[in-house]
Design a protein around this ligand. Structure first.
Ligand SMILES: Cc1cc2nc3c(=O)[nH]c(=O)nc-3n(C[C@H](O)[C@H](O)[C@H](O)COP(=O)(O)O)c2cc1C
Length: 196
């Protein structure tokens, strides 16, 4: 069961990437490891010149293909997601997200563009065939603090939303049987009684 974290910011010290770290931490304490793909590390010429057969794009596509869960994080740029993330997504196969669960994350300078995840990124994820797109999580810059040493803190409201998202990923996609075993045993359909 693999999780791929895609960092869509061109910036090295990145708030949106810190949200990915926060998701990775929540999954790792449950024993789930994740891989990371930073779009800023993908060969720039491949992105700008749309070189579908560039080794960096082939390798990145393979990473996406083997993931069961994809977490995509982006900064808001000009009321949408980052251009470099779009350049990357454009080079993936048309059904790159087929059958996968996707969690979209974004940070922005203000709360005004919090819907960018829904009106800009979500349709693209849908067009790539994502099976299940979780509700996106948006944080403004004041809610994600970066230290000069590279550490981060997230506002408790954002932390709670990340907890919920990690719980959904674990219980519905990554380890559904494990979570089911800890809650209710399966009930045979013949035993089900309707109250209407
Ligand atoms: C070129 C550029 C455009 C931006 N446009 C917006 C915007 O339209 N709306 C917004 O809320 N923030 C905007 N911002 C602020 C970033 O979204 C915000 O600082 C974000 O947290 C940066 O994420 P990162 O650290 O992962 O790159 C913009 C920043 C840059 C550099």
């Amino acid at each position: 069961m693999s999780v791929l974290l895609i960092a869509g910011s061109p910036t090295a010290r990145s708030r949106s990437a810190a949200l990915l770290d926060a998701v990775a931490l929540r999954l790792s304490v449950q024993g789930i490891r994740s891989e990371r793909l930073s779009v800023r590390d993908v060969a720039p010429e491949a992105l700008v010149l749309a070189q579908f057969d560039h080794p960096a794009i082939v390798a990145a596509s393979a990473q996406v293909e083997k993931a069961q869960v994809v977490v995509v994080a982006t900064p808001v740029y000009k009321a949408a997601y980052s251009g470099v993330l779009k350049a990357f997504l454009d080079l993936l196969p048309q059904t790159a997200l087929k059958g996968k669960t996707v969690l979209p994350l974004a940070t922005g300078g203000s709360p005004h563009h919090m819907l960018a995840l829904d009106y800009a990124l979500r349709p693209v994820l849908q067009s790539l065939g994502a099976k299940h797109i979780l509700p996106g999580i948006y944080a403004n810059d004041a809610q994600v603090t970066l230290s000069p040493e590279g550490a981060y803190t997230v506002h408790p409201d954002i932390g709670a939303r990340l907890d919920d998202a990690a719980h959904i990923l674990l219980s519905e996609t990554l380890r559904p049987a494990h979570w089911a075993a800890g809650s209710f045993a399966p009930v045979d359909f013949s035993q089900v009684r309707c109250s209407v």
